[in-house]
Ligand binder design. Sequence first.
Ligand code: F1P
Length: 352
Amino acid sequence: MTSRGQHTFAEIMSQATAWSAALAEFQGRVEQVQAAWDDAAPTRVLFTGCGSTYYLSLIAASILQGLTGIPARGVPASELVLFPHHVTADPGRTLLVAISRSGTTSETIAAVSRFRQMGGRRVWCVTCYPDTPLAQESDLVLPAEAAQEESVAQTRSFSTMLVLVQALAATVAHEPLDALLSLPPAGEALLEATAGEMEVLGNRLELCRYFFLGSGPQYGVACEAMLKLKEMSITHSEAYHALEFRHGPKAMVDGETLAVGLLSRRAFDHERAVLMETGEMAATILALSPAEPIAGAINVQLPTALPEWTLPPLYLPPLQLLAYHRAMAKGLDPDRPRHLEAVVVLDPDSLA
Ligand code: F1P
């Protein structure tokens, strides 16, 4: 017998340890990764996955292109399967990086097959299960075994695979990995500092409309936070690029709204302005900021000294805790979201 939410809570609280394990493993393989990259010499990089790992693909593409200047894109695996020519321009010179916690999601495996059918030659994968079909189809595997999970909703696995794609991007961009080694202690400190506040906020059941606003790499993080609220707590939640929120969605804001800003340093003034406007429309504001706090908001302070490209994993622990506590307050079991399975398995012939 397990108690409600037990696995999810343990996985959230142990994620920083899994980041350390993944980084230690990666550090032993830097030269191998660099050599494989030099051998592939890609002119484009395509990241793919489903659900959480699609959102992880968006973050990965944004960080890799930002660090290397090489065009990178994140697409759902199903788009690569069903609309291959709409998402792949030059498969022979593209590196496909497939991301999947399970390594068994049918669409992601089919996307790799479709890519190879189109003339794609280089496939890497990031997964928590390196003995699975996806890994066997890949030329290089970045494993995050310490982040395997019991729960349906990805928490520890997501942030750990994110740290790995950051390590990959930093390596090929010739950025030192040192800054990433600061993430585990920073993540641990954030879990401790925000646990109480996220419980209080999660218990505020009158807040029933959630908007997550993030720009640049934080857009994919906002999408993942949105998905956590849906999966664990069955809450109406949406994610937007911060300034997009003015272009229609803000009409939805009222006194039952929580607007969550995943603020950056680069676009801080712009993002803060959007968030303050939601406050004027009666929303409660939660601001996660690697710069200064926001007046009138519930503030989560992110590290101010770490380079901006390293920060995306640090937005996740407080927002995962928020989803967990809201689920618990609603009497739900965040370990077992309704209607969902940990892996979506389809008839492979239907995707061939
Ligand atoms: C992807 C995924 C999860 C989601 C759901 C079904 O799995 O879409 O993100 O939470 O439970 O599976 P994977 O390919 O990363 O294993």
